[in-house]
Ligand binder design. Structure first.
Ligand SMILES: Cc1ncc(COP(=O)(O)O)c(C=O)c1O
Length: 474
C-alpha cells in the first residue's frame, strides 16, 4: 500500500472499513481485506499522550532492549535444574525412551501434526540432516531462495551440494514463476529447499505442483514458520521434511537447537542415525518409525554427524512447546496493533511504503515486521534507517552490505549469480523485530518511531533512482 498525502487520523477506537492492503507482487495486486482497528492513543510516559501517532507533533524515542527473547517457564527451569543435579544431560543416558529429548519430540510432533520428530543441536543441523537423508549427494544442486538467512545455503554447502538460487517477490517469498522457469532451465536439479523467511509462505500449493511436475523433492526450512499454518495445517507438510530452529530469537528459545519433522519413515530413520543414534539407540526414541525401518536403511553406511540435542535444551523447550499457540496469538495481536498504528501514522507523515500481505491461505505467526520503502533513493533509505535507529529502534534492510540475509555476503558459495529482482527488493525491505518482552505501549511507540523516521527524508524520489550504488551492495 503506497501511503501518500495527509489524511486526517480516524478517532481512537474507530474500526476502519475493510479495505484492501495492497501487495504488488510482480505487477499483480493481491488484495486482502483487513478491517484494521485504530488503537486508542494512550499516554506512554513520553509526556505526549494526546499527540501520539502524529509524529509531526512530538519526537518519539524508544529506550528498550530489542534483544530480550522468550523466557523459560518456571517448570522448564525446575526440570533443567533437576537434570543438572542428576547429571542426566545426554539423551541416551537411560534405559528407556522417556528422556526429555524424546518428550520434546513428541510434544512438537503433536503440535505440527508430523509423525516423526528428531531433536538436534541447531536449525541448520536439522536442514543438513534433512538434505542428506532425502538423498542429496556431494555435487548435487539444490534450488533455494536468494532471500533467506546465510545458514540455509550453508547447510546445502555442508551437504557438499551447490545452490541454484530462485528469485524472491516483494512479499519476501520464493517467486513461483521463477521457480518454474528454473526447473525448465535446470532439469538436473532434483531438490528444492524452500525457506519460509520471516514466516512468510509462498503459494505452497503452487510450489508443490511445480515440484511434482518437474520431479523435484521439496524440503522446508521452517525456522521462522513455527506457528504458521497453510490452509489450516502447520507449515512444513508440503515437503518431505520440516526443519525448525530453537535458537534464541525464534518462537521456541533454547539458545541453540532445532528439530527435523517428517512423515517419511526412511528420512526419519536416516536422520536419527545421522544425528548420532548409533547402534540400537533408535530404540530410545518415541516419535520414531518402527525398528525394521532402521534395519533396512543400511545404517552402518551413514556417518555419525553428532548433532543430537541435549536433555537440558529439551527440558527448557517442553513447557514452551505447550504454550506456543498462546505465543502465536499474542504475536499476532501485537503485530496487528503495531501495523495498524504504523500505517495510520505513516499516512499522516506522507510516507510511501507498503506492508506486504500474506497469501490468504496463511494462518500467520507475526513475530517481526517487514515493509518496503517505495520510490525512495538509496540515500533516502539510509537516512531513514539512521533516523529510526537514533530513535532506539534497530531497523535494517535485508540488502545491507553486511546483512547475512543479503545473498552477496555468501561468498563461501564461490561465484555468486546476480539476482536482479531479489537485489531490487532487499535494498528497500525494512526488517524489525517485535520483541516478546515489549508491552502495548512499547509497540505503540515503536510504530510512531518508524513513522517519524519518514519526516527526515522528504518526498520519495523517482523509482528509476532506486538503484543502490554498486559499492553499497558489494
Ligand atoms: C531462515 C533461517 N533458517 C535457518 C536458520 C538456522 O537456524 P540455527 O541458527 O538454529 O542453525 C536460521 C537462523 O536464524 C534462519 O534465520
Amino acid at each position: 500500500m503506497a501511503l501518500n498525502g495527509t489524511a486526517n487520523l480516524p478517532l481512537p477506537g474507530t474500526v476502519l472499513p475493510a479495505r484492501p492492503r495492497l501487495a504488488k507482487i510482480r505487477g499483480r495486486c493481491q488484495r486482502q481485506p483487513c478491517g484494521l482497528k485504530v488503537q486508542a492513543y494512550t499516554q506512554n510516559g513520553n509526556g505526549n499522550g494526546a499527540a501520539l501517532a502524529d509524529p509531526t507533533k512530538f519526537n518519539p524515542v524508544l529506550t528498550k532492549d530489542f534483544c530480550a527473547p522468550w523466557t523459560v517457564p518456571e517448570s522448564g527451569i525446575a526440570d533443567a535444574l533437576g537434570l543438572m543435579a542428576s547429571g542426566d544431560l545426554f539423551r541416551y543416558n537411560r534405559n528407556d525412551a522417556n528422556s526429555a529429548a524424546s518428550r520434546a519430540e513428541v510434544a512438537l510432533s503433536e503440535y505440527t501434526g508430523h509423525k516423526y520428530c528428531l531433536a538436534v543441536n541447531s536449525g541448520a543441523s536439522a536442514i543438513f540432516l534433512s538434505l542428506v537423508s532425502a538423498g542429496v549427494k556431494p555435487g548435487d544442486k539444490v534450488f533455494s531462495n536468494a532471500l533467506t538467512f546465510g545458514a540455509v545455503p550453508s547447510a546445502i554447502h555442508h551437504a557438499g551440494a551447490s545452490v541454484e538460487f530462485v528469485e524472491s517477490t516483494n512479499a519476501y517469498v520464493l517467486d513461483t514463476e521463477h521457480l518454474e522457469k528454473k526447473c525448465q532451465e535446470c532439469p538436473d536439479v532434483r531438490f528444492l529447499l524452500i525457506s519460509h523467511m520471516r514466516g512468510k509462505l509462498a503459494d505452497m500449493d503452487e510450489v508443490a505442483r511445480i515440484c511434482d511436475k518437474y520431479n523435484v523433492t521439496l524440503l522446508e526450512d521452517c525456522a521462522h514458520s513455527l506457528g504458521v499454518f497453510w490452509d489450516g495445517k502447520h507449515s512444513g507438510h508440503h515437503g518431505v521434511a520440516c526443519c525448525i530452529s530453537t535458537q534464541a530469537y525464534k518462537m521456541l528459545n533454547s539458545g541453540e537447537g532445532g528439530f527435523m519433522l517428517t512423515n517419511d519413515p526412511v528420512i526419519a530413520a536416516k536422520a536419527i542415525v545421522g544425528a548420532g543414534g548409533y547402534e540400537k539407540l533408535y530404540k530410545k526414541h518415541i516419535a520414531t518409525p518402527p525398528d525394521e525401518v532402521f534395519e533396512s536403511i543400511g545404517k552402518l553406511k551413514i556417518p555419525n554427524y553428532s548433532m543430537r540435542m541435549s536433555n537440558l535444551h529439551a527440558a527448557v523447550l517442553i513447557p514452551q512447546i505447550a504454550v506456543v499457540g498462546d505465543r502465536v496469538a499474542l504475536c499476532n495481536r501485537r503485530y496487528d496493533r503495531v501495523t495498524a498504528r504504523f500505517e495510520v501514522a505513516a499516512q499522516r507523515v506522507g510516507a510511501s511504503m507498503e506492508v506486504p500481505a500474506q497469501h490468504p491461505k496463511v494462518g500467520p505467526c507475526n513475530d517481526s515486521l517487514q515493509f518496503n520503502l517505495i520510490g525512495y533513493s538509496w540515500e533516502q533509505c539510509q537516512a531513514y534507517l539512521a533516523n529510526v535507529k537514533a530513535r532506539g529502534v534497530p531497523v535494517s534492510v535485508f540488502g545491507a552490505h553486511d546483512n547475512a540475509r543479503n545473498y552477496r555476503t555468501w561468498e563461501f558459495l564461490g561465484d555468486l549469480p546476480v539476482m536482479a529482482q531479489t537485489d531490487h527488493i532487499i535494498r528497500f525491505a525494512v526488517d524489525v523485530r517485535l520483541p516478546p518482552q515489549f508491552d502495548n505501549e512499547d509497540f505503540d511507540l515503536m510504530a510512531d518511531c518508524l513513522a517519524a523516521g519518514f519526516l527526515s527524508i522528504g518526498e520519495p524520489e523517482q523509482l528509476s533512482k532506486q538503484e543502490a550504488p554498486a559499492a553499497a551492495l558489494a
